[in-house]
Write a protein that binds this ligand. Structure first.
Ligand code: S3P
Length: 171
């Protein structure tokens, strides 16, 4: 099956635990696009986990890799790109995304996010007291995702409904 690499990318942003990977997989299938998970691009590039990168080289180094990987990934079209929750923190990244695709933001309530991320030990920013960290990061990033072309609150929707909503904005 040939991939429509000249089609615009569909870029998913949003806080950790809002369902970017799950929804991304369905959307990719639906559109016949490749699914690119930006965290996985970084893991492959580095040959180690996100947790190890944070632990050994710190968040700053991770952010550099993240921007580099985003830039490389956006060289091609026809992809559904699931980003890491912090990709929006750099203005350069926000511009890159807006210039190279349709940006859809996923949101969810703090409670929903906490229930989805609890027990996951590959999210270094949530290590320790995940509940407290989620609340703090949500507060810090409260306006960080609003630059998107569209936002879908996933809290009371099924993954299929979230996808339908996003596709309406993409098409
Ligand atoms: C991060 C989110 C993670 C990952 C890293 C940092 C963040 O991705 O990139 O742990 O700053 O919100 P997910 O949003 O896929 O969990």
């Amino acid at each position: 099956q040939s991939r429509p690499t000249d089609a615009k990318n569909l870029i998913l942003i949003g806080m950790m635990g809002t369902g970017k990977s799950t929804v991304g997989a369905i959307l990719a299938e639906e559109l016949g696009f490749e699914l690119v998970d930006l965290d996985q691009v970084i893991v492959r590039k580095e040959g180690r986990s996100i947790a190890e990168i944070f632990e050994k080289d710190g968040e700053g180094y991770f952010r550099t890799l993240e921007t580099e990987s985003l830039r490389e990934t956006l060289q091609t079209g026809g992809q559904v790109i699931a980003t890491g929750g912090g990709v929006v923190l750099a203005e350069a990244n926000r511009e890159l995304m807006l210039e190279n695709g349709i940006v859809a933001a996923l949101s969810a309530t703090a409670e929903e996010i906490i229930s989805r991320v609890t027990g996951d030990n590959n999210r270094p920013l949530l290590a320790g007291n995940a509940e407290e960290r989620v609340r703090r990061i949500l507060e810090e990033r409260k306006d960080a995702y609003s630059f998107a072309h569209c936002t879908v609150d996933t809290s009371s929707l099924t993954a299929a409904q979230v996808c339908q909503d996003i596709l309406m904005h993409y098409r």
